[in-house]
Design a protein around this ligand. Structure first.
Ligand code: IYR
Length: 326
């Protein structure tokens, strides 16, 4: 796979394609980042962007993981001490998941976001940005809560992070796109450079195939799940025999194969008894999706296989969490 393909595979949006093509010409040593509001346990949403970080490391880039403690504080995720503690656990799980430690830098937001220069730049951005513009940028991150002043400061700080961490690429889920667009619009006002962004898709809710999978609503899969939990959740998943169910529905089982399993394994084996046709081996997502559609692969076999591979992916992180908690 060439660098451009590695950088962009499974990305839902690339801003702009031309800028990312330039970066792909010579990615060695360039810096990309994802920021996470610390939470104690990683779930598949975190792992989707982590997969992209692993792709970027494979392409030779350095990755920066921002443990966004100040952002989590602004977004009312707990006391500052609680947030710091969960950030440490998060870092351990990311490493267990397979990020290459030699090419990964973990930074706490509070290490640089409380400095005088950053604060003055933040106030400069506040002067350049209407409340309406900041609120729009924050809509998908904030959820349904009534906007507080902290929710307006949040996207402006995220904008500055891109400059202060000296980055060449910002990565995030599609829910971060409006903040990245704000950053592209506003950084030039402070005479800072505009950087490209990559956005990963949002996976549909596991049981309904609608909306998005999230830890706050519905079912999500996390580093805390036991093998039995995983089997149970995947078995209950919505899995029509098509990749494009009608209306706004998605096939979450296929999405998990596409975004979580195939990027991390060279080969997927569906184990089946001889009397049901024997094992099936896939090197590419497309072949598996086509077999599900044609009926060659039964949804129950697809689910069983998905649970096995997801279990393998989360097992090291689950072990780490156990060690931390004991
Ligand atoms: N807004 C992210 C957290 C976050 C991301 C980046 I990239 C930052 O520079 C700061 C915060 C979230 O929704 O989790």
């Amino acid at each position: 796979m060439d660098s451009y393909e590695l950088l962009t595979r499974n990305a839902e949006e690339v801003v702009t394609d031309e800028e990312v093509r330039d970066l792909a010409e010579d990615p060695a040593g360039k810096r990309a980042y994802v920021g996470y509001e610390p939470s104690g346990v990683l779930h598949l949403g975190h792992l989707l962007t982590a997969n992209k970080l692993i792709d970027l490391q494979d392409a030779g880039m350095e990755v920066v993981i921002l443990l966004a403690d100040v952002h989590a504080y602004l977004n009312e995720k707990g006391t500052f001490e609680e947030i710091r503690e969960t950030a440490e656990q998060m870092k351990a799980q990311f490493l267990a998941y397979g990020l290459d430690e030699d090419n990964a830098e973990f930074v706490y937001g509070s290490e640089f976001q409380l400095e005088e220069e950053y604060t003055l730049d933040l106030h400069h951005l506040e002067r350049e940005t209407t409340m309406n513009r900041a609120q729009r940028a924050m809509a998908e991150i904030q959820g349904d809560e009534t906007a507080k002043v902290s929710h307006l400061v949040y996207p402006l700080m995220q904008t500055l992070d891109i400059e202060y961490l000296d980055l060449d690429l910002a990565v995030g889920g599609l829910d971060q796109r409006k903040v990245h667009m704000l950053a592209r619009e506003k950084l030039p006002d402070l005479e800072y450079e505009v950087r490209p962004a990559l956005h990963t898709p949002i996976v549909a809710d596991l049981t309904s195939g609608e909306g998005k999978m999230s830890s706050s609503e519905g079912i999500t899969i996390s580093m805390e799940d036991s093998t039995a939990d995983l089997e149970e959740k995947v078995n209950a998943a919505f899995c029509p025999p098509t990749r494009d169910p009608e209306g706004d529905l998605e096939n979450p089982v296929l999405e998990l194969f596409e975004y979580h399993v195939f990027p991390r394994f060279d080969e997927i084996v569906v184990e089946r008894p001889e009397k049901y046709g024997g094992d099936l081996t896939y090197e590419e997502y497309e072949a598996l999706a086509a077999d599900l559609e044609s009926g060659e692969l039964h949804p129950a076999d697809a689910k069983g296989t998905l649970a096995t591979y997801l279990d393998e992916l989360i097992a090291p992180g689950r072990e780490k969490l156990r060690e931390i908690r004991d």
